[in-house]
Design a protein around this ligand. Sequence first.
Ligand code: L34
Length: 283
Amino acid sequence: MHALIDGKEIARLVRADVKVRVKEFSEKYGKKPALCVILAGDNPASKVYVASKEKACGWVGIRSVAKKFPASITEEELINEIRALNEDPGINGILVQLPLPKGINEENILCAVAPEKDVDGFHPMNAGELMRAGATLEPCTPAGCMELLKRAGVPLAGANAVVIGRSNIVGKPIALMLLRENCTVTVCHSKTRNLKEILKNADIVVSAMGRPKAVTGDMLKEGAAVIDVGINRLEDGSIVGDVDFESACRVAGAITPVPGGVGPMTIAMLMKNTIIAAEMQNA
Ligand code: L34
């Protein structure tokens, strides 16, 4: 018996909360909170995600400003655009969609975003805050995973949580968030020797390695909660997670699907960060 963790439905619930806060904000200040999404280049997946972000803004009442640039934009030009947005009081949140075109240093770009408008939570200051008590603006994907675990009623304190992947965007921040909730956290990665052994003891598995169907049912502990962050595009155009859903769902106690799991939550948490940023800037 497994329970499906419905990311689309839980994202709707998060957006409903955000919508109320957005309405209150708009009435109080006579203007809508505003999110600017910057898209440089023409990565097809990025276009899809940015369009979803614009749509979500519409649903919750956030003003969406999209700035699109050709792949030929230089690092300096992009930084100048970001600086102008930092100074613009009409913009509350800034998100630079990743990956960036070749030749642009990601770190320099993420550092250019004003920390108080950094709705991705990628600026070193927000990343540092996350390490201490927890930041006000936390990265959307890991925050969405935590929201899924909490709303699905997965017990966290004392649970053995295994994170697969150690990126700055997902693996590292989710490990810190799980630790904050008193999980015993193990972080695995490409050099980990005994992943199977480690997974056998995992009450919670968060997979963010980007390898299609790499986690199979036989690797899981009976009843484990499985959060699949992977979005892997197969040659036939379909997308699958890091987890082999077919076999995993027979063993897991609760599991997220791909699509319809973490993806929609990432966008819902972005909406939440935008209203948080807008409220902070106007407090
Ligand atoms: N700066 N760059 C920045 N912030 C982010 O938070 C992201 N990310 C990742 C890529 N680059 C970024 C996203 O928004 C990935 N990501 C993202 C957002 C939404 C979805 C997937 C990834 C999503 O909606 N996924 C759908 C399927 C969409 C499809 O069919 O392609 C799902 O149900 O999983």
